[in-house]
Design a protein. Structure first.
Lengths: 147, 296
């Protein structure tokens, strides 16, 4: 795991970091959506076998997000942040892979939920103020949020 | 004879909210204060909630700041005004998965949750859509969904397929497909316990957010009043109006019996008081033998 001291630098004053954050924002947004999507699939898988169509959309989003994450230009100072995103991605991909294998028993479901929970915690850490990202991207939000 | 006491409990509010967002077409009307509330049912050996509000952490806090939501209080504080603790709640009906209805899931350790299967299945699809379609997901909190998965794994979440009578005695669930959300649910209470009840209350979720949604001045179409849905919907206005008509039929066309949770004027129609936390408690009805939580 990269040195935590890297995250303590003033990221906003560094153009390189600003560029990284701008590029990482959409990836972060996709990861948070993936947390929701994988959680929903886990929920549905508890009482029925998931069809291919159910997991295909999440799989597509996961592949696109994985590719976008790999393509990010990562300055050394953002290494810790990128590592957290990568770890979250890996955990979500792992859960998706296991879900596609078929219905899971209660013990397996509990393990998968723990993996999603840990991915979500990594995203929460990555969203801390010094990273310049928030847990949800509200730029696209609208008044329906209160509905 | 009444089996259940029913309370609407405000847990937060926002001021200066556009009326047009709550009543489609009200573009010239003043901004209003809009409460955020959930509903407590108590009777027949049950303590049940309709929705649980949002969690004032992470996503919820972001939204609160973004939309000027203020005076949020946790369920323990809000419920204590009716002598209830979160641990007492055995049943939770989630009308839809928006953050302000499906947030504080972890606060109710002894409750079984009910939500429509369609609500869950369609959100799963929407979350996979491209970025430019994300308007549809703006009010979904990933943490809530994760909590729901945890509930499901623990056997405490039931997916509902359409209607369900007597999920607890006298309480029925109804699906309004593709309306305010993809699988919005509304709840009716037959408070006399009869199958053909003369004492029905409807807890409408966000299918009816304010009185004006079902009692709107109908001069536009030359009638006294008309149904006028809220503007905030991902589904069909037509389906919302059809759901309103079904609710009204159930309550014998007495619109007073349809309870909106974002209505600031509940205190004008029902006994109510303001708590020490400056939140309104509205007593919709009182079970036989129950003590009022709003009258001294």
């Amino acid at each position: 795991m990269p040195d935590a001291s890297a995250a303590r630098l003033d990221l906003h004053r560094d153009d390189v970091i600003a560029r990284y954050l701008a590029a990482a924002g959409p990836v972060y947004g996709a990861l948070t959506r993936l947390v929701g999507q994988v959680s929903l699939l886990l929920l549905l898988s508890a009482d029925r076998r998931l069809g291919h169509a159910s997991t295909a959309a999440a799989q597509t989003l996961a592949k696109e997000t994985e590719a976008a994450l790999a393509a990010l230009p990562v300055p050394a100072v953002a290494g810790r942040h990128h590592w957290m995103l990568s770890q979250a991605m890996a955990r979500l991909s792992d859960v998706l892979k296991r879900l596609r294998r078929g219905r899971t028993d209660a013990a397996a479901s509990a393990r998968l939920i723990r993996l999603v929970r840990s991915a979500h915690e990594l995203l929460r850490l990555a969203a801390r103020a010094e990273a310049g990202l928030s847990l949800v991207d509200l730029r696209q939000a609208c008044c329906s949020c209160v509905g | 004879m009444a089996d259940y006491s029913i309370y609407v409990l405000e847990y937060a509010r926002t001021r200066n909210y556009p009326k047009a967002a709550l009543v489609y077409g009200a573009f010239e009307e003043a901004r209003v204060t809009m409460p955020y509330s959930y509903v407590l049912l108590r009777g027949r050996g049950h303590v049940a909630l309709v929705d649980v509000g949002y969690s004032d952490k992470d996503h919820g806090r972001h939204l609160a700041e973004k939309y000027g939501i203020e005076n949020w209080r946790p369920p323990r504080t809000v419920l204590s005004e009716c002598g209830v603790a979160p641990e007492d709640v055995d049943t939770v009906f989630i009308t839809h998965a928006h953050f302000d209805h499906f947030g504080n899931v972890e606060d109710f350790p002894n409750a079984t949750f009910y939500i429509q299967r369609e609500e869950i299945e369609r959100w799963s699809w929407v979350l996979s859509l491209p970025d430019r379609m994300r308007w549809m997901t703006a009010s979904l909190d990933p943490a809530s969904v994760l909590h729901a998965a945890e509930l499901s794994a623990a056997g405490r979440l039931r997916l509902v397929d359409g209607g369900w009578e007597d999920v607890i005695p006298g309480v029925d669930l109804h699906l309004a497909r593709d309306s305010h959300t993809y699988g919005s649910m509304w709840v009716s209470v037959r408070n006399d316990g009869a199958q053909v009840s003369q004492d029905v209350w409807v807890l409408a979720g966000d299918l009816v957010v304010q009185f004006d949604n079902i009692e709107r001045d109908g001069s536009l179409i030359d009638v006294e009043t008309m149904y006028n849905p809220g503007a905030q919907t991902v589904g069909s206005y037509t389906n919302i109006i059809i759901a309103m008509a079904a609710m009204m039929k159930l309550v014998g066309h007495d619109s007073r019996r349809i309870i909106p949770v974002h209505e600031a004027r509940l205190g004008e129609r029902f006994p109510s008081r303001i708590s020490r936390e400056d939140l309104r408690i509205s007593e919709i009805c009182l079970a036989d033998g129950a003590v009022s939580a709003v009258r001294s």
